[in-house]
Design a protein around this ligand. Sequence first.
Ligand code: GRF
Length: 199
Amino acid sequence: MKKRVAILISGGGSNMEALVRDMDESHPAEPVLVLANNPNAGGLAKAEARGIPTACIDHRLYKGDRPAFEAALHSALEKAAPDIICLAGFMRILTPAFTSRWQGKMLNIHPSILPLFRGLHTHQRALEAGMAVHGCTVHEVTGELDGGPILGQAVIGVRAGDTPDDLAARILPMEHRLYPAVLKRFALGERGKLAHLGG
Ligand code: GRF
């Protein structure tokens, strides 16, 4: 039986697409739901075009009532009965009340070499810190923001004159390689850390 994967997005869903593209016939997992918190998320149309069931729980309708939003998210996920949940460009912070219900089944990709630069604006902060290297991390999601066990990392060199957009442009393609590689191993029950060393 293939592992059932739900993917949560907020925007274009390029990481979702990379994950879905990799889940072919021979893959130990299959996409069963793409769920967005934003009805304008471009990734919803991309998932629909691939015949993947989609849903949208618009967080704005919950007017700051985070528990109600997370309850709606949880029930949409329960319907899909995923074995694994991948946060992929999902921009809402999830409380420990929610993450604890999916502990050990939820992954996230973050655009920094964690534990460095948890939170937002990671490329800007890496440049301000004078980093010689930067990159992205796939980790298990726990109640601690960007703080769960690291499963894989991809690293690039920072070049003179790089802007945050330059870093994002070089790291995003590495995310698209790292996340599918980590998901496949996670679906097979492998827990060794993956290191992708890039340009
Ligand atoms: C990107 O900034 C990526 O680094 C982070 O989420 C953002 C959008 O990703 N993981 P996606 O194209 O929606 O997957």
